[in-house]
Design a protein around this ligand. Structure first.
Ligand SMILES: Nc1ncnc2c1ncn2[C@@H]1O[C@H](COP(=O)(O)OP(=O)(O)OP(=O)(O)O)[C@@H](O)[C@H]1O
Length: 316
């Protein structure tokens, strides 16, 4: 992806964004890029403008962020090269909240290029909504599970994506049971052919982007994913045996949610469920609902963002 040159034009858009952030007492700036830039120079520019709040830089490839943190910026790797602008921006905000660079009810100035690669053209002032519920790293840590945070975050991200995107325009539900997989497997049986069976651990690790895509596809089929603490999918398409007489569940939750709560009652696993009907993601531990995340598109209230095609297309 092309790097962003800090041309006179791009610099003046950045300065305008900083000015807007100051004028609106915004809590942070999020700069959305498609490639690296001169992080030191960007940091100097921010310093010259005396902007002291968090300045988040979001782009797709982790290697393009080399040096950004050292320059005092807050880097986020999006891994969403092909996604539309609005989705990338939403994702950047959610990641920034998850990493605690911003808070879910902050006011943010976003700076980005909507029309041409390598050219900044847009500055937006966004009011995030308090209901933008996203697990922060601290929320997940509070679960006191032996499952590493990295694995939990990846599965929660995947679940949220399934809840928001569905598959081919249709809503899709899913159930991920992570950790204590040996015990979990004792309460599970095949509901169909398991496509992950026989692959080596690396090729079925849910931290891998390709495996995540496969998991999204498979979520349409019946049954649960059973995942070990390191992120390897041990089995998919598993029916879990459910004895739920001692569970205290909200009314209206279906069989998948009962199965999720029940398995975490009997084992030390954590279950992450996507509701097919609402896209809500729920997280169960010890038989209890611990966290609930509403689909993000309902969670963020966007200010109107309207685009006018630029009249001049060359860089100044
Ligand atoms: N015991 C179970 N183990 C694994 N998966 C199950 C189990 N029971 C149900 N499911 C999965 O849940 C799907 C249907 O779930 P159902 O609609 O009853 O509940 P729900 O997902 O909790 O509800 P909703 O999606 O409407 O919020 C099934 O098609 C199956 O894939």
């Amino acid at each position: 992806m092309p790097n962003l040159r800090l041309t006179k034009h791009n610099t003046s858009i950045l300065r305008s964004g900083i000015k807007l952030a100051e004028a609106t007492s915004s809590d942070a700036i999020v700069l959305l890029l498609s490639g690296a830039t001169d992080w030191q120079r960007l940091a100097e520019l921010i310093k010259e403008a005396a902007f002291e709040k968090p300045f988040v830089v979001a782009l797709d490839l982790v290697e393009d962020l080399d040096g950004a943190a050292e320059a005092g910026l807050h880097p986020i790797a999006l891994k969403k090269e092909k996604a539309p602008l609005l989705e990338r921006l939403q994702h950047a905000l959610l990641e920034a909240a998850a990493d605690e660079f911003i808070k879910t009810n902050d006011e943010i100035v976003a700076i980005y290029g909507g029309f041409a690669q390598g050219r900044l053209d847009s500055v937006s002032h966004l009011k995030l909504d308090e209901r933008m519920r996203r697990l922060s790293a601290r929320d997940l840590q509070s679960l006191e599970s032996s499952v590493p945070l990295k694995t939990l975050k990846a599965i929660v991200d995947l679940a949220v994506q399934i809840g928001v995107e569905g598959r081919e325009g249709k809503p899709v539900g899913a159930l991920f049971v992570v950790g204590d997989s040996r015990s979990v497997l004792k309460h599970a049986s095949d509901s169909g052919v398991d496509p992950f069976r026989g692959y080596n651990r690396k090729s079925r690790n849910v931290l891998d982007a390709k495996v995540q895509e496969d998991a999204k596809e498979l979520a349409q089929l019946d049954g649960a994913f059973i995942i070990s603490a390191d992120g390897s999918i041990e089995r998919s398409r598993q029916m879990l045996e459910v004895l739920h007489e001692d569970l205290n569940m909200s009314k209206g939750l279906g069989a998948r949610h009962w199965a999720a709560a029940a398995i975490t009652r009997r084992t030390n696993a954590i279950a992450i469920v996507v509701s097919q009907s609402t896209g809500t993601v729920r997280l169960y531990q010890d038989g209890f609902l611990k966290m609930q995340i509403e689909p993000m598109d309902k969670g963020i209230k966007w200010q109107e963002i309207s685009f006018k095609p630029p009249s001049v297309s060359s860089e100044s």
